[in-house]
Design a protein around this ligand. Structure first.
Ligand SMILES: Nc1nc2c(ncn2[C@@H]2O[C@H](COP(=O)(O)OP(=O)(O)O)[C@@H](O)[C@H]2O)c(=O)[nH]1
Ligand SMILES: [Mg+2]
Length: 331
């Protein structure tokens, strides 16, 4: 039987080979483990991966054979429909955004470096939750240790800028440069999964031009757009503006590039209580695998309610699904 490794597995494998720190290695291995099909023909790979995982965990706990105990405080386990990390220079409003959308106890302060470690919160959007991570600031000549691993593993990245600041252009450039140095570019399209370690990683992302409520910021926004709009999407924001904040969860969901699919047991009503969350572009086959590992081998046909089909239409297993589709699987 073929192993049928997913593109996500190959991407995680590439990350593992490119990993420079024990934290990055472990994060990549954990991703590989999640993505590895767990069936008979992959038993050998499973065993090898388990060995590597336990070695990587030990290396982290002990800091190597002789070193002191060490846990990476920058490693944030993924949770919810997607993980989005903020990047920004000091005082741009990163913590205010996370504090405004989630229950995380962020510290919002008008002095710099008030956020020493990444702090995740969960943003509710319709029937899913999106993980949004507040982070310590970057400056032109400083990137907090550990940021790199987070930037690579996050599903999406948001550069936060203070549009009222005289240095807003340099600040955005600083963030994009730090990413570029680590071979990361923000994209309006899907996450691109390079096979070779040296390839540029394209991560869904945008710039939030925050504090648009402050006077005289429209000129800066225009300048920012003139300079950067060709490279990256720019969205104005004000944490003080309830309407703009209310639009943010939808924007975050868009960035995660996932779709929500509901399962309908044959002869019953669809289960709308909790969606299956899949990468955009997934087909019925991927849905079956998500419902139950191994089910994808047994599913023979499917009926679909939703985007671009008549209700209950029979579709092929390679039919590409859309957000909010309802699928009935037949084995
Ligand atoms: N006027 C205005 N002030 C904001 C906005 N967002 C954040 N602030 C203020 O900017 C300062 C820095 O915010 P903070 O979230 O701590 O920035 P961080 O360093 O990027 O995490 C605080 O005094 C916030 O109250 C906004 O949209 N408008
Ligand atoms: Mg902060």
């Amino acid at each position: 039987m073929a192993l049928n490794l997913t593109p996500q597995y190959h991407e995680a494998d590439a990350k593992y080979r490119a990993a420079k720190t024990p934290e990055e290695k472990l994060a990549a291995l954990e991703e590989m483990w999640r993505e590895l099909p767990k069936h008979k023909s992959s038993e050998k790979m499973q065993a090898e991966l388990k060995k590597k995982l336990s070695a990587a965990r030990k290396a982290l706990q002990h800091g190597g054979p002789k070193g002191p105990a060490r846990v990476d405080p920058f490693y944030v386990p993924k949770s919810g429909a997607g993980q989005i990390a903020l990047i920004g220079t000091p005082n741009v409003g990163k913590s205010a955004i996370v504090g405004g959308l989630t229950n995380a106890h962020v510290k919002i302060a008008d002095y710099p470096f008030s956020t020493p470690l990444p702090l995740p919160g969960m943003v509710p959007y319709e029937d899913v939750q999106i993980q949004l991570i507040d982070t310590p600031p970057v400056t032109a000549d400083h990137v907090p240790t550990g940021s790199f691993g987070l930037w690579r593993s996050a599903d999406a990245l948001i550069v936060v800028a203070d549009i009222a600041s005289d240095s807003v252009l340099e600040d955005v450039e600083t963030c994009l440069d730090h990413l570029a140095e680590r071979r990361i570019e923000l994209t309006d399209g899907p996450r691109a999964r390079p096979d070779e370690p040296e390839a540029i990683l394209r991560v869904p992302g945008l710039v939030l031009a925050n504090k648009i409520d402050l006077p005289g910021t429209n000129d800066n926004l225009e300048m920012l757009r003139d300079l950067f709009a060709a490279r990256v999407r720019i969205e104005p924001l004000s944490v003080r503006d309830a309407d703009r904040m209310a639009h943010l969860p939808g924007l975050l969901f868009e960035l995660t590039r996932v779709i929500r699919i509901y399962a309908k047991p044959p002869g019953k009503k669809p289960d709308l209580s909790e969606p299956f969350v899949l990468p955009a572009g997934s087909d019925v086959h991927a849905m079956a695998r998500k419902v139950h590992r191994g089910l994808e081998q047994r599913v023979r046909s499917a009926r679909l309610w939703g985007h671009g089909v008549t209700d209950g239409q029979n579709v092929h297993l390679d039919h590409i699904l859309h957000d909010r589709d309802v699928v009935e699987l037949h084995t």
